[in-house]
Design a binder for this molecule. Structure first.
Ligand SMILES: [Zn+2]
Length: 288
């Protein structure tokens, strides 16, 4: 009898050790310092007061969400070229403000382009007209960014548009294409410049490990209620150093602290790369 209890204790210790040391039983969202096979690599580019997010999918396909202001075209192109790509499979203009589509004309002209998604709203700026001309010159068509559209719908990878959920908004920011990317057990949420009204209207599951904070950290977005729903382990703010809007606003940083998110900022960290194999997350930043 005593012997069998001894065996049980040994067995118990072996099981504990197995779960403790076995890597395949890693806790989800666990940050690691290296990844053998990152399937998704999201590069939040340091493009001043604007947004530009380049995504590598399985080292083969690419997505670009926004292209910052007109002065960052060469920077974005050099960055993409340095990774060895000559095609953008999915190009997304979240909304037609100059800090998001400023260099998109350059991108359209430079690369072989697959699908282009934009919300159905227009402005009469030269930047916007130039982008439409470039798209037209290359005989490309624009797909409407709208709730329910699936940009990628594969077995383990899903990229969906959660907003716009309406045809008309008072504010151009609220037309922002909001995207959720999920690969296996890891999700990213890209908010564009959407504001509180949009946060209230999204009824999909917004829970994500990583959030690209809306509107450069403005307090007109990122309500505490919404951030609690997303419950991100990591929050990325794309923002220019000493910008005239005082972004990111203190209220937003306080809310992120309250929910326990780790914050990365392009003005402080430079380019930020958040990669995943679907279970683990690796973070690399330019400025250590
Ligand atoms: Zn913006």
């Amino acid at each position: 009898m005593k012997k069998s209890i001894g065996y049980l204790i040994v067995l118990f210790i072996v099981i504990i050790c197995y779960f403790f040391f076995n890597d395949s039983y890693a806790v989800l969202e666990k940050e690691v310092s290296s990844l053998d096979n990152p399937y998704i690599e999201v590069h939040f580019l340091d493009v001043g007061q604007g947004d530009s997010i380049f995504i590598e999918i399985n080292n083969s396909k690419t997505m670009l969400i926004d292209a910052s202001t007109s002065s960052y075209g060469n920077f974005i192109i050099d960055y993409i070229n340095s990774l060895g790509y000559d095609r953008i499979d999915y190009l997304i203009a979240t909304h037609p403000h100059a800090d998001h589509i400023g260099s998109m004309q350059d991108i359209v002209l430079e690369y072989d382009i697959g699908d282009i998604y934009m919300p159905k709203v227009s402005t009469n700026t030269k930047t916007y007209e130039n982008l439409l001309t470039a798209i037209d010159d290359k005989n490309l068509t624009i797909k409407k960014a709208y709730k329910g559209v699936k940009i990628i719908d594969e077995d383990e990878l899903d990229v969906s548009i959660l907003s716009p959920t309406k045809d008309e908004y008072d504010n151009l920011n609220n037309y922002s294409a909001v995207l959720k990317l999920t690969y296996k057990n890891v999700s990213y949420l890209f908010m564009g410049d959407s504001e509180e009204e949009v946060e209230e209207n999204i009824l999909d599951d917004v829970k994500a490990d990583v959030i690209k904070i809306a509107h450069h950290g403005s307090n007109s977005s990122s309500s505490l209620e919404f951030l609690k729903k997303v419950s991100p382990t990591y929050a990325v703010i794309s923002v220019g150093e000493d910008n005239s809007y005082n972004h990111p606003h203190k209220e937003v940083l306080d809310r992120l602290e309250e929910i326990g998110s780790t914050v990365y900022r392009t003005d402080l960290d430079g380019n930020i790369i958040i990669s995943t194999d679907g279970n683990k997350i690796m973070i690399d930043k330019e400025k250590k």
